[in-house]
Write a protein that binds this ligand. Structure first.
Ligand code: SF4
Length: 99
C-alpha cells in the first residue's frame, strides 16, 4: 500500500513539475516586445554625447530615414544600432545620422 501511495505522490509532483516547466518556459520564451524596451532619453550620457533629440531640428533628416534605424517601418519608437537596448523616436535625430 505504501509504495502505491508513494508512486501516486511521485506522479502528482512530476505532473506539477511538467506543467510548471511548460508554463514557465512559455513565459521565458516570450519574444521581446517593443513595449518591454525602454525609450532612450535625451539626457542619457551616450545620447547627449551624440546630441540625440526626440524631435529632429532638420526637415529632411530624422531617425526614420537614417540607415542605422531598425525595427518596423511606421512604429513611433524603434531600435537603433547605436543605442542597443533602447528605442529611439522615429522623429528623432542625432549627430551620427546617416542617409
Ligand atoms: S543613428 Fe541617430 S539619427 Fe540614426 S537612427 Fe540612430 S539615433 Fe536616429
Amino acid at each position: 500500500m505504501k509504495s502505491q501511495s508513494s508512486r501516486r505522490r511521485f506522479l502528482k509532483f512530476s505532473l506539477a513539475g511538467v506543467i510548471g516547466m511548460t508554463l514557465g518556459g512559455k513565459t521565458l520564451m516570450r519574444p521581446v516586445q517593443a513595449a518591454d524596451i525602454p525609450h532612450l532619453t535625451e539626457d542619457d550620457p551616450q545620447a547627449a554625447a551624440l546630441k540625440y533629440v526626440h524631435k529632429s531640428p532638420y526637415e529632411d533628416r530624422n531617425c526614420s530615414n537614417c540607415v542605422l534605424l531598425q525595427g518596423n517601418k511606421g512604429d513611433e519608437w524603434r531600435p537603433c544600432q547605436l543605442f542597443p537596448g533602447k528605442l529611439v523616436s522615429a522623429s528623432g535625430w542625432c549627430s551620427a545620422w546617416a542617409g
